[in-house]
Design a protein around this ligand. Structure first.
Ligand SMILES: [Zn+2]
Ligand SMILES: [Zn+2]
Length: 506
């Protein structure tokens, strides 16, 4: 135990509060020009910093002493001010703000629950060419589902208006010329900043947007696939804005395509589907959910398909078999592919002139004792593991027994249908990719050509109950005819997930 020894006690006479006696009191108000944030609606941390740096003629080397942040010259200052909480706190303190404004936090702008770091991969500074010259930037303009400035109705940009080079957001400017491009043009205009007032309509719009996003966050959950790449195309497809705003934010009507979204996947390659809760739902089957737990394993092998989903998998295999070019499968293989739907091979069927392949025979679902087994080696792990993600998001920390007891039949049904949708599409794509190794003719059939996609999902609740699941499938890129090898590598990587790396003895 320590005993506090009282030091020499000085009594301040009178009743003046100490604060007033502080010699720093004067400095506490406004240390920089352009510091007053009171009439700037929902500006970003970087926007605020860029404006203050410009108006106060700061050089990069003065950032530590004046704004309390240390950065390297090569750092993207817009990323630093978006993703580094420590730097946001330091700048807010230097600007004498009472706290870090909530609008500096990226996740405040998300209409679903997810951490800000979600957008760190592939981050590019994006701005409105009407707002930024006046010293205004908001994180709304960084949202992948927003393509235009809602109050100026102009397309957002991530490059120099003049020469098309990326915006100079690195911490290596010449004092008084931050953000200036090597071509000499600057998206910031000191005179305009000095004269400008807040963009008209920005306050009202950002207020409404933030209110909508907060409401959506309370009932929407994003399910992110394993080893997710740039999330922007998926998010742009998943987020549905209120009808009245869609026109304002509308995408890609300009000749210019938003480069920060990455190369846009052709619409035929991207696939989006929304499943809604339906009034008529079968009685919940807890065993079905228990069986799906298998997908969490590192080596899931065969999945005992929940009874509810078995017909979907059978249909996938049969549909593919019936659409294959002539002489793709042997007689026996064909009957295995059609087994699940109880059909015989059509009369027109021409069998392949090769020997029966054990490997091909493992691709369609197999049946033992009336149960269906699905070979997960021909499903990409990002698909079957998303099934686990969907279940987790719906359960929200409850165990399967509690969920079974508490969820309505409609919720249960919607969850099972969504899992089935993800599994069936993942299986259809994986099956084509694997089979193409044995039947190369598949590659020259435009409608059958192998393609692997990564599913992302957005779950929504209405008065506490799961009401819709929206799934977006984003194409994965492989070398020409590399899908089967890519699938195999992904499955092997999945098997290694939790195993410690062992050194081989020589
Ligand atoms: Zn604007
Ligand atoms: Zn330029």
């Amino acid at each position: 135990m320590s005993i506090a020894i009282p030091g020499p006690y000085i009594e301040l006479r009178g009743t003046r509060p100490r604060g007033e006696l502080s010699p720093c009191a004067e400095v506490l108000t406004s240390p920089f020009a352009g510091n007053d944030q009171s009439d700037i609606p929902a500006a970003s941390g970087f926007g605020t910093l860029a404006k203050i740096v410009r108006l106060n003629h700061m050089a990069p080397k003065e950032l530590p002493s004046l704004l309390g942040i240390r950065v390297r010259r090569a750092d993207d200052l817009s990323a630093v001010m978006t993703f580094s909480e420590a730097r946001q706190i330091a700048v807010a303190r230097s600007l004498r703000l009472p706290a870090v404004p909530v609008e500096w936090n990226l996740s405040t702008w998300f209409p679903f629950k997810a951490p800000s770091s979600l957008l760190a991969t592939g981050w590019t500074f994006r701005y409105c060419p009407e707002c930024l010259p006046r010293g205004y930037h908001t994180l709304l303009h960084q949202m992948p589902w927003v393509h235009r400035c809602a109050w100026h109705d102009v397309a957002l940009r991530d490059d120099c208006d003049h020469c098309g080079l990326p915006v100079a957001v690195k911490a290596d400017w010449v004092a008084g010329a931050n953000l200036e491009c090597t071509c000499g043009q600057s998206p910031l205009d000191t005179d305009l900043i000095l004269r400008a007032t807040t963009p008209e309509g920005a306050k009202c719009f950002t207020d409404n947007y933030l209110r909508w996003a907060a409401e959506e966050r309370s009932r929407s959950m994003l399910v992110i696939p394993d080893l997710a790449g740039n999330p922007r195309p998926a998010l742009a497809a998943l987020v549905e804005l209120p009808a009245g705003w869609r026109r304002r934010f509308r995408a890609i009507t300009d000749s210019r395509i938003d480069a920060s979204l990455g190369p846009p996947p052709p619409f035929s390659l991207m696939h989006v589907r929304t499943l809604m809760s339906s009034k008529r739902a079968p009685l919940p089957d807890r065993n079905g959910l228990l069986e799906l737990e298998q997908v969490r394993r590192d080596r899931p092998g065969f999945l005992t398909t929940p009874k509810r989903l078995a017909p979907m998998m059978s249909a996938v295999a049969a549909n593919l078999a019936l659409r294959l070019p002539a002489q793709s499968l042997t007689d026996r293989e064909m009957s295995l592919f059609l087994n699940g739907i109880g059909l015989e091979a059509p009369k027109s069927f021409a069998p392949a002139r090769r020997r029966f392949s054990g490997e091909v025979s493992m691709l369609p679902p197999s049946f033992i004792g009336g149960r269906q087994f699905l070979n997960l080696l021909c499903v990409h792990p990002c698909s079957y593991r998303l099934v686990a993600g969907l279940v987790d998001a719906a359960l929200e920390g409850r165990n399967l027994f509690d969920f079974h007891a508490q969820a309505s039949p409609q919720e249960f049904d919607l969850l099972m249908r969504s899992c089935g949708q993800v599994l069936a599409r993942g299986y259809a794509e994986g099956l084509r990719s694997t089979l193409a190794d044995h039947v190369p003719e598949i590659y020259i059939q435009p409608r059958l050509s192998p393609r692997l996609r990564q599913p992302w999902a957005l779950l929504r609740k209405e008065s506490g109950h799961l009401s819709s699941v929206r799934i977006a499938w984003i194409p994965l890129t492989y070398a020409s005819r590399g899908e089967a090898a890519g699938l195999e590598a992904a499955n092997q990587a999945n098997q290694r997930r939790h195993r410690p790396v062992r050194r081989r003895r020589k």
